[in-house]
Design a protein around this ligand. Structure first.
Ligand code: GUN
Ligand code: FE
Length: 423
């Protein structure tokens, strides 16, 4: 058992923060057993770790991060999606055939995510199976939680980064067999890259694997206008981009779709009906001139929404920076829609980056009883905290101004996680 004391703040729902100034959280078997202002008598005599005036917040959840693209972060962002993929991304991803190269980058990815307070992440690797296993091994070693996907791509891809349909399905199934139950916190996820690079046969095969192994799925949807027109040309038989995925049994309650910038109301219906998660990646959407996701419309429709950095189209590893970007974008959307889509409040943005995305991993992202104790301790004393500031104001300050220098401890399922080694 662990008992922590400090300024506890989290969101049970998007509307408001729950706070326990100088409160207590009791953790047993990695899960929250109690949270509140006072320590119940039954725990008297147990050791208490006192974090003083520091904040204790849930760990941050990243629903979309391309591990190999960390090597490209900040590059080529003056292009739109399709030329960016061709000129920057595919040539970089082709390098991950080389395991020594992959190891060098992937160890930095684990360290950067740890540093920035991400406790759970949904990662894409490349189509290379050995490098994908290596990434899973490295994350298991780190103690962070992750779904990690070997990318599937068998059409409209360069010769240096393409696989046959048969190889793609065979290797993916082999990975599910060998790594499906290998690690507790690191699991495989099916990863058809996006419709333009996956044949119908491949998508059907992946839909079957998802059903057979009951595994999650991640992909991209409606990020960029050029991409959307291309999907229409490729699939005239489907009524929409989301309909293409649905027809291949890829829209499930274990699916997360990144971007969702240009979806129609009918597509939101498909998300809602099937319990699909949307990963909002504002930094990437601004960088590649993709647009502003109407995140309010998704929330109003009752769709699960979380946040993603989308490194390397996103230029920051930090989910707290993505919270700030999501709020900024939502204000521009509010103007653009003449007030129809209200801006995100601070608790709403925080909820998306903790409990909203955390739901993809189970009971993660809150300090309610029964939740995994994923947490960060924040020492914000260097952020000009004058007397009388509320916990809500201090968290708002951290979101807009703070960074990894202010995070002093990181926990995943009750375990204190130390800095991942670069080797
Ligand atoms: N769509 C297909 N592949 C990618 C990728 O690597 N990054 C982004 N942002 N969108 C994609
Ligand atoms: Fe992406």
């Amino acid at each position: 058992m662990k008992i922590l004391k400090g300024n506890i703040i989290f969101t049970e729902n998007p509307e408001a923060f729950t706070t326990y100034p100088r409160g207590y959280v009791v953790v047993k078997d990695g899960k929250v057993e109690y949270v509140g202002s006072t320590l119940p008598q039954i725990y008297e005599g147990e050791p208490v770790e006192d974090f003083g005036e520091n904040l204790i917040i849930p760990g941050l959840i990243d629903l979309h991060f391309h591990a190999p693209q960390y090597a490209n972060i900040g590059l080529g962002l003056d292009k739109e999606l399709l030329p960016w993929l061709t000129d920057y991304t595919f040539p970089e991803e082709a390098k991950y055939k080389d395991l020594a190269y992959a190891e060098g980058v992937y160890r930095q990815v684990a360290r950067e995510l740890w540093k920035n307070g991400t406790t759970r992440v949904v990662l894409l690797s490349t189509l290379h199976i050995e490098a994908t296993k290596l990434l899973m091994d490295i994350f298991n070693e780190s103690g962070l939680g992750a779904y990690i996907g070997k990318v599937n791509m068998d059409r409209n891809s360069p010769d240096i980064l393409i696989e046959t349909t048969e190889d793609s399905l065979r290797e993916t199934e082999a990975l599910l067999e060998s790594y499906g139950n290998k690690y507790e916190r690191v699991k495989p996820i099916l990863t058809p890259r996006f419709v333009p690079t996956c044949t119908s046969e491949l998508m059907h095969g992946l839909g079957k694997l998802a059903e057979k192994y009951q595994v999650p799925i991640q992909s991209h949807i409606s990020e960029n206008r050029g991409e959307c027109s291309w999907v229409k040309e490729l699939h005239p038989e489907s009524s929409s981009y989301a309909d293409v995925y649905r027809n291949h049994n890829l829209m499930t309650s274990r699916t997360v779709m990144a971007h969702c910038v240009h979806n129609t109301p009918d597509e939101l219906e498909i998300f809602k009906e099937n319990g699909v998660f949307a990963a909002h990646c504002p930094n990437a959407n601004y960088n590649l001139s993709s647009g502003i996701m109407p995140v309010r419309a998704f929330m109003e429709a009752g769709i699960h929404v979380g946040l993603g950095t989308d490194v390397g189209a996103g230029n920051k590893v930090s989910i707290s920076s993505v919270m700030a970007s999501a709020m900024q974008g939502s204000k521009m959307k509010w103007l653009e829609t003449e007030g129809a889509l209200a801006p995100l409040s601070t608790p709403e943005a925080f909820y998306l980056g903790t409990k909203g995305g955390g739901a993809f991993f189970g009971k993660v992202g809150s300090f309610e009883t029964g939740y995994e104790f994923d947490a960060l301790v924040i020492d914000d004393s260097a952020l000009c905290i004058t007397p009388g500031r509320s916990l809500e104001e201090r968290l708002q300050r951290f979101i807009y101004v703070g960074d990894d220098r202010h995070i002093t401890h990181r926990y995943v399922s009750g375990d204190l996680i130390s800095e991942p080694k670069l080797k």
